[in-house]
Design a protein around this ligand. Structure first.
Ligand SMILES: CC1=C(/C=C/C(C)=C/C=C/C(C)=C/C=O)C(C)(C)CCC1
Length: 298
């Protein structure tokens, strides 16, 4: 993550942690969804424009073609969620893990092979997700069971957490041995992980997820995307990004409001919401990874 953002992320996290000390569970849920639906969704709302920008370097693609490819991928993921939900959930969590890790570490240019670097992105992201899940097991189980429409054992989350923790310790130790810069940074990064653990433990699942997702992922990603799309960052460029994103964002919000009023049950809504999030996250993770690679080539 660009270091410009670290201070904003840390201060915002502590403000939200302080809020958690007196907000009721219901208010945490409302504010959590407000954050996810605003900045969280916004950071993915320009994916089609990003697709355009990434493909332009190779030759122009018609807008309708890109839109159709994008919608087909989203529908395909939703279809897999319907037919093989556990498989789809596993792919979603794995893709998200890589995506979180890449956003967090991309700016650090680790001095290792591509394979180790990409594996580290994945394991770091999965460690953050596993931490969130193991500190909120009962709420997670309710949502996962609503997605897979079957029982889900708590031990699966325990196994995930312990396996990922061991892999994370091994990889981190290895990188600390071979890379001096990484060795210098790692204490600060471990401290952030401790802050995440406190946030996830004290907050409800959605509030804890929202704090990480917005302040440690979406805002830094928005900054990187604006810099990439407009060759720099200032208030005008930010506004231009928001204007472009507005129609896509509105369509998604209206769709989700529709789903909420169709079911009016928070557990079913959570299940559908995460399936929807997964359907847009997989193409999003792919596009952002391509964006980072293109920036590196420049
Ligand atoms: C919190 C949570 C889950 C994981 C959500 C993830 C991993 C979201 C990732 C979103 C991304 C990466 C969005 C785009 O940038 C589960 C496992 C569904 C269970 C219920 C609670």
């Amino acid at each position: 993550m660009s270091y410009k953002f670290k201070n904003i992320s840390i201060v915002s996290s502590f403000v939200c942690l302080w809020l958690a000390s007196f907000l009721t569970a219901n208010l945490e849920l409302i504010f959590g969804f407000l954050l996810i639906l605003s900045f969280g969704m916004l950071h993915g709302a320009n994916d089609i424009i990003l697709f355009d920008k990434l493909s332009k370097s190779k030759g122009k693609l018609p807008y309708l073609l890109m839109l159709s490819v994008y919608i087909s991928v989203v529908l395909l993921v939703l279809f897999v969620f319907y037919w093989a939900p556990l498989f789809a959930l596993t792919i979603f969590v794995s893709g998200s893990a890589y995506h979180f890790g890449e956003q967090h570490w991309e700016h650090e240019s680790l001095k290792s092979t591509d394979l180790i670097t990409y594996t580290f992105y994945f394991i770091y992201g999965l460690f953050v997700i596993a931490l969130l899940l193991i500190l909120n097991t009962s709420q997670v189980i309710a949502i996962v069971e609503s997605i897979i429409k079957d029982q889900f054992p708590v031990v699966a989350i325990d196994y995930l957490f312990y396996t990922v923790s061991i892999s994370f310790v091994i990889l981190t130790t290895y990188l600390a041995i071979i890379d001096v810069d990484f060795r210098r940074r790692i204490w600060q990064e471990l401290l952030y992980l401790l802050v995440f653990a406190v946030i996830f433990k004290v907050s409800s699942l959605i509030w804890g997820f929202a704090i990480y997702f917005i302040f440690w992922h979406s805002l830094p990603s928005l900054y990187d995307q604006i810099k990439f799309m407009y060759n720099g960052f200032d208030n005008y460029k930010m506004l231009a990004y928001f204007k472009k994103a507005l129609p896509y964002w509105l369509i998604s919000i209206l769709g989700l409001i529709g789903i909420y009023f169709m079911f009016k049950d928070m557990t079913i809504f959570n299940g559908l919401f995460f399936s929807f999030l997964a359907a847009v996250t997989l193409p999003h993770s792919f596009l952002i990874s391509r964006m980072f690679k293109q920036v590196k080539k420049k």
